[in-house]
Write a protein that binds this ligand. Structure first.
Ligand code: DON
Length: 573
């Protein structure tokens, strides 16, 4: 009996190993890179999907040590701050949407905010024109970081000590880790910018070009993490770390002060909740446009039997494109930090209003952004991010998107503290109508003001089915995030695609202005042609999104799937 069960166990272990192997993607740097990137894992107890295999592993280890999904999400974010410097961060901000096992629903806002010395026209020249690059690179582009405050605010829902959650990150920074081919290429590509926007050369710049398998050691970052471990949030917002940030600001012409840092707080908000068919969707409210945009877009297609049109049919893509166009028109006009401006959230998500938006939709004929304007009755009112999804055996679901904004943020590293600062100030409208990094326009609602949070597109999302977590999902990608989520969810819920296909099949994006459909390079040519015939302009661009999802299967197993567009990895046990 014993022997039989041992053999069975051995067989299961072998089979699991084989499955993990067969779903793994080996990069060219396979030999130099000592860990496997698993793109899909089906597990029983808990799953973590993030942009880096080491970070997903850290999260999984925490679950195995008895931590819950919140603990795992914290540890994974801290690990990402070390192993994924493009977007994982201490010097940025993010959002967490969570659904706890007791049914509690959380939305935590740890978005950066404008420093007190920020002003409406700070990125304009004397002629009122936007100074190119000023809100994107260097010290002045940084908002007051929110991540560390967010991690501590969420920790009260965790089970393990913060000390335990931060230790893996400290070890990775102190001892170093082997970088992938993709990371090496990425660091090499940013070398000139890092030289340009730093007052002291950071560890990310070395004499020889980086190559796969090189070890990236970050001693200063390890010291900062230790200060956070020993002193809590004060280890970042006060004392040595804060002084290092302010000294960096002084050397580089930035404006963040000790007072800005000390007064930063993460904020719990009401999640943005809506229903879609038999599902309930939990999303992020202001200052992210993500929840409302997803709500508007999904409701615009809900009653139109999109499933019968078929995945990647010109008809379905056109319908979704026109929904995207209308939602993004509203984003540009009405959305911004609701603590500072009145955002008509009720009106924007009113079902009659949403239906009225599609009245002028004509199947087979491209809409026109000059004619399709922001929709509410007029009244006077005042690329690099990363997502992680975690689900534990108790049913706690956590969806976190966190960012420095652009890849490597402002490209400015705080000397002596070892972490990159964000360039999130670019998410404000530097000037009404002037496009930001993502080509998005905005106006009064998203104008710069001291202490205000800049409008985001990040869309960490949890879908409930029968009042239980069903899908935990999110993506980076600037303004393409809500459309990535829209497509991923419609792909699964309506077109019945597998989670891998829903994530990895090429995506498209329309954001009202510019009036065109962006498509990924692999987007089918015949589909582009069909859309052109309807009157659309097609623009080929790079990747759209890097989606990380966990879906609960009908037998209760957790299916964790990582996007193939990066080194993203699924883990769990
Ligand atoms: O908050 C936002 O919407 C942007 N700062 C996110 C940036 C982003 O996703 C870049 N990633 N590729």
């Amino acid at each position: 009996m014993r022997c039989k069960s041992f053999r069975m166990k051995a067989a299961i272990i072998l089979l699991t190993g084989f499955l993990a192997y067969s779903f793994s993607v080996f990069s060219q740097a396979e030999k130099a890179f000592p860990y496997i990137i698993t793109k899909k894992k089906v597990v029983t107890h808990g799953a973590v999907v993030s942009a880096h295999p080491l970070a997903s592993k850290v999260g999984t280890d925490i679950l195995q040590q008895g931590g819950n999904a919140i603990d795992a999400a914290i540890a994974t974010q801290l690990a990402l701050a070390v192993v994924y410097p493009n977007a994982g961060n201490l010097g940025g901000g993010g959002f967490m949407v969570a659904r706890l096992k007791d049914g509690q629903q959380l939305a935590l806002d740890y978005r950066e905010r404008a420093p007190d010395k920020a002003s409406r026209n700070m990125y304009l020249n004397e002629h009122g024109a936007v100074i190119e690059g000023k809100s994107i690179n260097g010290h002045l582009s940084a908002g007051v970081p929110g991540t560390v405050a967010g991690l501590f605010a969420s920790a009260k829902y965790g089970r393990l000590s913060f000390r335990k959650l931060i230790q893996p990150a400290i070890d990775l920074a102190e001892n170093g880790f082997s970088i992938t081919a993709r990371e090496a290429a990425s660091l090499n590509s940013i070398r000139d910018d890092l030289k340009k926007y730093n007052t002291v050369l950071p560890v990310f710049v070395k004499k020889e070009p980086w190559k796969a398998g090189d070890i990236l050691v970050q001693k200063e970052l390890a010291a900062t993490l230790r200060r956070i471990r020993n002193q809590g949030a004060k280890g970042f917002y006060e004392g040595t770390t804060a002084q290092l940030i302010v000294a960096e600001m002084k050397r580089g012409g930035g404006i963040i002060t000790l007072e800005d840092l000390k007064s930063y707080h993460a904020k719990f908000r009401q999640p943005h909740v809506f229903t879609y068919k038999q599902y309930t969707v939990l999303g992020m409210p202001m200052p992210s446009s993500g929840g409302i945009l997803l709500h508007q877009m999904m409701k615009m297609v809900e009653t139109r039997d999109i499933a019968s049109l078929g995945f990647q049919s010109p008809e379905a893509v056109q319908l979704m494109t026109e929904a995207e166009r209308r939602a993004y028109a509203d984003r540009a006009e009405y959305m911004g930090d609701a603590d500072f401006v009145k955002v008509p959230q009720q009106e924007l998500t009113d079902s009659l209003y949403i239906q009225s938006r599609m009245k002028n939709y004509v199947a087979g004929k491209a809409g026109n952004s000059l004619l399709i304007r922001p929709g509410l009755p007029t009244r006077k009112e005042s690329e690099e991010t990363t997502h992680l999804s975690v689900l534990d055996s108790d049913g706690n679901a956590v969806s976190v998107t966190t960012t420095l904004n652009n890849s490597y943020g402002s490209k400015t590293v705080v000397a002596g503290a070892g972490f990159l600062l964000n360039d999130e100030m670019d998410d404000f409208s530097a000037k009404p109508g002037a496009p930001n990094l993502y080509g998005a326009v905005g106006g009064e609602a998203n104008a710069i003001a001291p202490g205000k949070r800049m409008l985001s597109s990040m869309t960490p999302t949890i879908v409930l089915k029968n009042n239980k977590p069903y899908i935990v999902v999110g993506s980076p990608g600037g303004t393409t995030i809500p459309t990535t989520l829209f497509q991923t969810l419609v792909n699964i819920l309506d077109f019945g695609l597998s989670t891998e296909d829903a994530i990895n099949k090429p995506k498209f994006h329309h954001q009202w202005l510019p009036d065109r459909i962006d498509v990924e390079p692999a987007y089918p040519q015949s589909l582009r042609e069909a859309l052109r015939l309807m009157g659309y302009t097609i623009y080929e661009r790079g990747a759209i999104g890097r989606t990380e999802a966990i879906k609960v299967l009908t037998d209760g197993h957790l299916e964790a799937v990582a996007d193939t567009r990066g080194d993203d990895a699924a883990d769990g046990f």
